[in-house]
Design a protein around this ligand. Structure first.
Ligand SMILES: [Ca+2]
Ligand SMILES: [Ca+2]
Ligand SMILES: [Ca+2]
Ligand SMILES: [Ca+2]
Length: 261
């Protein structure tokens, strides 16, 4: 091989090795959602359920859950969902309206295959850095179960419960046999230097205030199972390119962007 051919071959090899890395280092969803401030209406209710304390302005924009990450498009009886966003001084607030014909929690142990029970999944990347996060706190994939337990993988590579200092949830079911539930979740924005072994009061574990953030990485999804061994549908808020759309639990590049106003 001549010297020129050798250099050309090395250049092609270099491109093959470098291009996939470059592609993975781009944010894939540049749609920006905007959150509006939510008023805490009555301080006397500060110990009550958050659904009573936080009332959204009815004019607040809603966003659809309409990206089919796992499973074909469900019919409107099986699943439909939308959500709106707001924030208080210390937390992001999500109000998701979900229609699901059968509410299913087949595994009472909150750490056992929780993604295969009905759950709302909140993807958060408070510094909007993107990047891998399955076994780190670079970003979060909070799975909120019907019993309000919030679980994600941590650096221990085992699932852990984060309900206490990270999320407060109320799941309200409408009366008269309606299949609609309202999930109101108040979620703190914890930084990537969060340490599981330290107390919630430790400085590293202090959440950042939404008003001090410009943009955060954000997506929302619902895992719908109506009694099968595994979840039947996984419906997200952002498009995910490629064949494997189940990326959110490990790849913060697929999150959208949420801007506070
Ligand atoms: Ca369903
Ligand atoms: Ca469960
Ligand atoms: Ca991050
Ligand atoms: Ca279900």
């Amino acid at each position: 091989m001549t010297k020129i051919r050798l250099i050309a071959a090395l250049l092609v090899l270099g491109l093959v090795l470098v291009v996939p890395t470059l592609v993975q280092c781009q944010r894939l969803n540049d749609q920006v959602l905007t959150a509006y401030r939510v008023q805490v209406l009555n301080q006397k209710l500060s110990k009550g359920p958050i659904s009573q304390r936080i009332i959204f302005d009815p004019r607040t924009k809603t966003y659809p859950l309409d990206q089919y990450w796992i499973g074909a498009r469900p019919n409107d009886t099986d699943f439909s969902g939308h959500f709106r966003l707001g924030y208080t001084k210390d937390s992001l607030v999500i109000e998701a309206t979900i229609v699901d014909d059968i509410l299913f929690d087949g595994r009472p142990d909150p750490l056992e295959k929780y993604w295969d029970d009905d759950c709302l999944e909140i993807f958060l990347d408070p510094d909007a850095s993107g990047g891998p996060h399955q076994y780190s706190h670079n970003a979060w994939a909070y799975h909120i179960a019907l019993d309000h337990t919030c679980v994600d993988f941590g650096p221990s590579e085992k699932p852990a419960i984060y309900s206490h200092a990270h999320t407060q949830t109320v799941v309200s079911k409408l009366p008269n046999g309606s299949s609609q539930t309202i999930w109101t979740v108040k979620v703190a924005l914890h930084k990537d230097n969060y340490q599981d072994a330290k107390l919630a009061t430790d400085l590293a574990n202090k959440a950042v205030q939404p008003a001090k953030q410009n943009r955060i990485g954000f997506a929302l999804a619902y895992c719908d199972n109506d009694g099968s061994p595994e979840r039947e549908n996984f419906i997200g808020s952002v498009p995910v390119p490629g064949q494997d759309k189940n990326q959110g639990y490990k790849n913060a590049w697929i999150f959208g962007l949420l801007e506070f106003k």
